[in-house]
Design a protein around this ligand. Sequence first.
Ligand code: NAP
Length: 282
Amino acid sequence: MEPLILDGKKVADDIKERLQTRVGELKNQGISPCLATILVGDDPSSETYVKMKGNACERLGILSKRIHLPKETTTEELLDTIYQLNQDSTVHGILLQHPVPSHIDERAAFESIAIEKDVDGVTSLGFGQTTFGFGDFPSCTPAAIIEIINYYNVELEGKHAVVIGRSPILGKPVSMMLLNRNATVTTCHSYTENLPEMIKSADIVVAAVGKPNFIKGEWLKEGAVVLDAGYNKGNIGDVEYETCFEKASAITPVPGGVGPVTISMLLKQTVDSAEKMGVSVK
Ligand code: NAP
């Protein structure tokens, strides 16, 4: 039997439709939700990602304050820009596009984002809150994966979820979010021995490796649910789609899976923040 396609575009459209009403209500109160994006340098992929996020905001009536800093920007200058945005009551969310040029202390920059504006979920405080299970703004890609799981009623309780990847913005937080939803979670990484065997025992597989076509169909248990967060050059996921399609009971495509939902979660968390702050922009 063919697997259920977990259609991220459908999930994203559903989120955006609900957001439209909320943005309209905020505007009636004189509040314009606003996301500030900071791009440092001229990496073409980063430029594209920031542009996509800004455009997605504007399509929904969310203001997009786009800050583009030169590649020579120092850590201090970047921290100063973030500090000013933290103080600016017309800004409800701050997104610093990763990666920044290597001479900048990226962690220090992320940490300087005020927690109430950390709508991209990049601070260690935000991660701690997500782990404890009470944070407002989890990292957007993990939040998107949970959103897809909820939308399609994928059962988590007592199920074995295997996450491949342990990055601070993806593998680790999604592991914690699955654990908080009563899955039994194994987090794998580049030192994991017998990865195919680990994956063979998974009811749910989350791929967050950053390597095209890395997860093979023959590694899957029959009927596993596969969520592919990977996004590699040429629109290729971390999962070998054709072979995994044969074994999975449900699978996210790339593109059109986790990606569009990630952007919608960013928009949602910006609107959440604007509602919480309730600061007026006329
Ligand atoms: P990352 O920081 O490079 O982390 C990759 C993780 O994969 C690391 O934990 C690494 O282990 C692990 N890994 C690498 N090789 C492995 C192997 N052979 N076996 C097992 N684990 C291995 O990447 P990321 O930022 O988390 O992103 C992962 C993927 O998600 C990328 O394709 C990225 O483009 C995509 N992504 C998509 C979205 C979206 O909106 N859809 C957002 C963010 C990222 P170690 O820790 O041991 O090095």
